[in-house]
Design a protein around this ligand. Sequence first.
Ligand SMILES: [Zn+2]
Length: 479
Amino acid sequence: MKYEVVIGLEIHLELQTSSKLFCGCSTIFGREPNSNCCPICLGLPGSLPVFNRRAIELAVAAALALNSDVQEKSRFDRKNYFYPDLPKAYQISQYDQPLARGGYLQIEVDCASRIINLERVHLEEEAGKLIHSSESIMGSDYSLVDYNRAGIPLLEIVTAPDITSGREARLFLDDLRSVLLYSGASDCKMEEGSLRCDANISLRPAGSDELGTRAEVKNMNSFRAVELALNYEAGRQEEILAAGGTVIQETCHWDEERKKTIPLRSKEGSSDYRYFPEPDLLPLVLESTFIEEISAALPELPPARRKRLKEQYGLDASEAALFTFNRSLGDFFEAAAARYNQYANLAKWVQGDLLYYLRESGKNVEEVEPQKFVDLLTLLDKGDINRPVAKELLSEIVLSGTSPQKMIRDKGLGRISGDEQLLPIVEKVIAENPDAIENYRQGKEKAMAFLVGRVMALTGGRADPGEANKLLKEKISRK
Ligand SMILES: [Zn+2]
């Protein structure tokens, strides 16, 4: 039997606020453990939560950027579970009245457009962090807990089971990350845990409408790990089903070293969390003008930008994707394109040599002035410099920001031409290569190519081969 893979993702995103969701504690990453804490985020008796307006603004911005329908009224609930990373033994979250419902993201898979629907977007608070004495909780003598993270605003984004492969999940996450970065809601740093992804995956007979029993996969620390883990898990479930077995509903842990999923525990149903309304918070009521203002302040978002880059500059799909995902590189391209209309050539230089020198020097593209870059390309187009010189100058523009015109003057890198500069070199080549001259006079065209090559070598490639050829011929026939 043929099976199809059904995947839904749950993404947790730390919002980019300077203080926590319900108290004034700092959200700065990497501080000394338990230094960003207060009675509210530690859940001490008598403390009361207060909304952070900025967190709500960012959550609404992210939801709108994902085409999700922001609700004018939503509510907070307590999600009860006992684990040391949760100081109150419950998490303030949203259950049946989330911040936003529905939504979608349009992604490109193999040049075809796909819609991945969202079920909901809701706000909740982050838990603390356990630090085990050895690699994992298994085999550790003790664990330490750091509550610096507890109470940081977290956005949970739940997709519909619309994703059909590990690769598609990865492409979706790439696009999702890009949209969230543009919305300004989060820095989306997976390595610092500000973006995390869990997945539900099940198999069903191809063409069936029913969902199979799913496994939840956790602990995937990169988008690549998501792809690998889901492909592995799909293979594991297919083996079970093909052998006539049944998949059990469980939570698995992706083991990055062994490249396999390891079952952790059987999965709780939502009833196990005993959700009930948070009595310390009023329902969240958002004025429509508040939502409209945030919507109006959103920048052009990645799907729209990608489309516009193709139409406005004639870029191909991979260039448009690069200049969209790498937003600052895209901004640089557009700033340069406003001053230089050879777009194809510009795109080639930006994604090729410029990106190379940026990586090489560890500089950011924001440090490069578009005008100097355009000046360089213009000098090259006019033939004032050649390609090797252009590359050398570009590396220097990236490193020091010196203008190309100044470097050409200071270093004498301009084109060598005319009777004054080029002629003496031509005469030197003629004097040094009597055999080649003789061969040329006897009709061997290859000898001329050799002589031009000598001129180019002596000028470091800075002569125009056509002009060298012309001068050589004049000189040789006059003799
Ligand atoms: Zn606090």
